[in-house]
Design a protein around this ligand. Structure first.
Ligand code: UD1
Ligand code: UDP
Length: 366
């Protein structure tokens, strides 16, 4: 029988949240904290969800709300309604939410309205672009969280500028923990979709942000930029982007090779073996730095400013000429600085201690 004591509800729904939860769930278990994991069902394809649970050995979610895809309002509302029921039934002591997706906001909002405290992993990030759905999700989730677990000093400073200092902790980034923990389990490059062209002979790309996929001219610019690069470009295709390319009748050619989304371990192997990573993903920008692979970010701004300041990341937006020139810069002068702004690889452990201290303090207060 499980030990008695407060229960933490962890809510996940999208690919990067599974990776973050893999680290935190392990740390919570090691600290003797009881957790129940809820999957909202925001991501549901095998290669976007189950594959991660299997290969990262994440505990089976207690519940899958199977909310699926939809417009922002519809998807967030369905999650809110379902999560409210879950929280009323389970009455957890704390809701643990991750990152900046619709699952994050719905969970934080459902919890706080029931007077369940919220802990936000990856608090304090800002792009300062309110047209991004993620920026809205982050700002609102931070606003209603009691424990704000920041991956880097920039995030702490962003919150301080907004007048938020209570409950703010510099925990480090659980994505760095994941990169270190799983590094030894990544397959050899010959076991991946890059077996041909082989180690060091390709660029790796991912594209999925709404600002790029929902704007035909931006998506066209990115595809054109990738097609024109001097080595093959492997692009594990997010289903959102696949659907848009189909709608727009875009059939990539030139250097660009579309492949199915890959699991995290295969992704680590690809990230290490690529000449340059080109991406609009938040997680991939940092992983490029963790694995010392230069990164070209296909956005106009980034939350992860340290990667740019250290010389490992260049922002190009969706302009094909800027993409070509950034890759050319890295090809002729690869970055050399060593930069570790995202903690020491023990963010998960620190988060578990902070959660435990918070719960103890709360029960002490009665
Ligand atoms: C979501 C997050 C984004 C995060 C990303 C991680 C929001 C607003 N956005 O974006 O912050 O970076 O996850 O990958 O929460 N689809 C499938 N199968 C799936 C999942 C999605 O086909 O398993 C397709 C559907 O057509 C869906 C579209 O992808 O409408 C977008 O999915 P959604 O979860 O709404 O947003 P993402 O772009 O994945
Ligand atoms: N990722 C993966 N397979 C893929 C694409 C991404 O395992 O085909 C991993 C990537 O290494 C990173 C995380 O998913 O750890 C990032 O997720 P995504 O880019 O979907 O979301 P974001 O970080 O932008 O929110």
């Amino acid at each position: 029988m499980a030990a008695a004591g407060p229960v933490v509800a962890s809510i996940v729904g999208a690919r990067p949240q599974f990776i973050k939860a893999a680290v935190v769930s392990r740390a919570l278990a090691a600290a003797g904290i009881r957790e129940f994991l809820v999957h909202t069902g925001q991501h549901y394809d095998y290669g976007m969800s189950d594959l991660f649970f299997r290969e990262l050995e994440i505990p089976e979610p207690r519940l899958n709300l199977a909310v699926g895809s939809g417009s922002h309002g519809r998807q967030t509302a369905a999650m809110l309604e379902a999560l409210e029921e879950v929280f009323v039934e389970m009455h957890p002591a704390l809701a643990l939410v991750y990152g900046d997706t619709n699952s994050t906001l719905a969970a934080a909002l459902a919890a706080v309205k029931l007077h369940i405290e919220v802990a936000h992993v990856e608090a304090g990030l800002r792009s300062f672009n309110m047209r991004m759905p993620e920026e809205i999700n982050r700002i609102l989730s931070d606003k209603i969280s009691s424990l704000l677990l920041c991956p880097c000093q920039t995030a702490v400073d962003n919150l301080a500028r907004e007048g938020v200092t209570d409950g703010v902790h510099l925990s480090g980034d659980v994505m760095y923990d994941a990169a270190l923990f799983y590094a030894g389990r990544a397959p050899g490059i010959d076991q991946t979709c890059a077996a041909e062209p082989g180690e060091g002979n390709f660029y790796l790309a991912t594209v999925h942000r709404a600002e790029n996929t929902d704007d035909a001219s931006r998506l066209g610019g990115i595809i054109q930029g990738l097609e024109g690069l001097p080595y093959p470009v492997l692009l594990p295709l997010h289903p959102r982007t696949g659907k848009r390319l189909e709608e727009l009748g875009i059939h990539p050619s030139g250097a660009l090779r579309l492949v199915e989304p890959v699991g995290y371990l295969e992704m680590v192997a690809l990230q290490r073996a690529a000449r340059v990573i080109l991406t609009d993903s938040g997680g991939m920008q940092k992983e490029a730095l963790f694995h010392s692979t230069p990164c070209v970010t296909l956005r106009d701004e980034t939350e992860w400013v340290e990667t740019v300041e250290a010389g490992w990341n260049i922002l190009t937006g969706a302009d094909p000429e800027k993409i070509a020139s950034a890759v050319g810069r890295f090809e002729s002068a690869p970055p050399v600085t060593v930069c570790r702004p995202y903690g020491d690889g023990h963010a998960g452990r620190r988060i578990a201690s902070l959660v435990k201290a918070h719960l103890d303090d709360r029960s002490g207060r009665g």
